[in-house]
Write a protein that binds this ligand. Structure first.
Ligand code: PAF
Length: 284
């Protein structure tokens, strides 16, 4: 497994494979890899001839006062987990490589509409940072397929939209959420939780699941369901940012004809922001 830091080295590693017609699968990450990331890598290994994983904690997607400095950086452990799987290249660019003119003075990619709601409403600029870095990574690597987790459902839709709008010839594969035994969605941020908070955390998934069961019966007032779930979660010690029932395809509020929905949530436990979602297909 090669570890490369520079775009030129990345490109020279990939070009012989590309010349041979081998497909390149790509898993973008911010490191501190857990089973959720490894599931993306497994998918990439199954579906492509060569696999590249990037590790870069992207300053542009963190707002003022967010956890950019505290975000866990565990490169050595991450490489130890990736090497035995058969990953070909780990790309670990520096901030100077990704933002030669510093993030504030760099070209940005915005995906309006999809980016301005839900997590985007609470974290202004976050999805511009995500779209910009993923666009740059895609340009640097030019992968055939990229693998992203469905835990960041809004991010996944934004990246799909960006690829479509900018005519990038890349297949985007969304991979299912990987959960701990008690239901908590795996996330690098789970490591911030105290022991007590870690015990409370699965309630987020439990509340979402309970809400999805109510969607099975004919329900018209989604706003009431959302409000009840927020109240329940707040009473259980969370500070809930939102619980929202949306259309899977574009995150619009569902109309009476919409059958494929996604229930999304973001909530704080102390200072830790947790997100989760459940897709529900074909509600009656
Ligand atoms: O999901 C993440 O880890 C990040 O948002 C991503 C896609 C690697 C971009 O920095």
């Amino acid at each position: 497994m090669k570890i490369v830091e520079l775009v030129a080295d990345l490109r020279s590693s990939l070009s012989p494979w590309r010349r041979l017609g081998e497909t390149i699968g790509f898993v973008p990450t911010m490191g501190n890899l857990h089973e959720g990331h490894l599931a993306l890598v497994e998918q990439a290994l199954e579906r492509s001839d060569r696999v590249v994983v990037s590790i870069f904690v992207n300053p542009m997607q963190f707002g003022q006062g967010e956890d950019f400095d505290a975000y866990p950086r565990t490169l050595e452990q991450d490489c130890q987990r990736l090497a035995p799987l058969g990953v070909d290249v780990v790309y670990t660019p520096t901030a100077a490589t990704m933002y030669p003119r510093n993030p504030d003075a760099s070209t940005r990619v915005a995906v309006p509409g999809l980016s301005d709601q839900l997590c985007g409403a609470s974290r202004p600029g976050h999805f511009v940072g995500v779209a910009t870095i993923v666009c740059k990574l895609f340009n640097q690597l030019q992968p055939d397929i990229a693998f992203l987790g469905e835990k960041d459902y809004q991010q996944l839709l934004i990246i799909r939209r960006m690829v479509e709008d900018l005519d990038m010839d890349i297949e985007i594969v969304g991979c299912p959420i990987v959960r701990e035994a008690d239901g908590l969605a795996m996330s690098s941020r789970n490591g911030y939780l105290s022991e007590t908070q870690r015990q409370q955390a699965p309630l987020l998934y439990q509340r979402l699941s309970a809400l999805t069961h109510k969607l099975i019966h004919p329900v018209t007032n989604f706003a009431d369901l959302e409000r009840e779930a927020v109240q329940a979660l707040d009473a259980e010690g969370f500070c809930t940012d939102y619980i929202a029932i949306r259309r899977q395809s574009d995150l619009a509020p569902p109309g009476p004809a919409d059958r494929d929905l996604v229930v999304l949530a973001a909530a704080y436990l102390g200072n830790t922001r947790l997100i989760d979602n459940i897709q529900v297909n074909g509600i009656p």
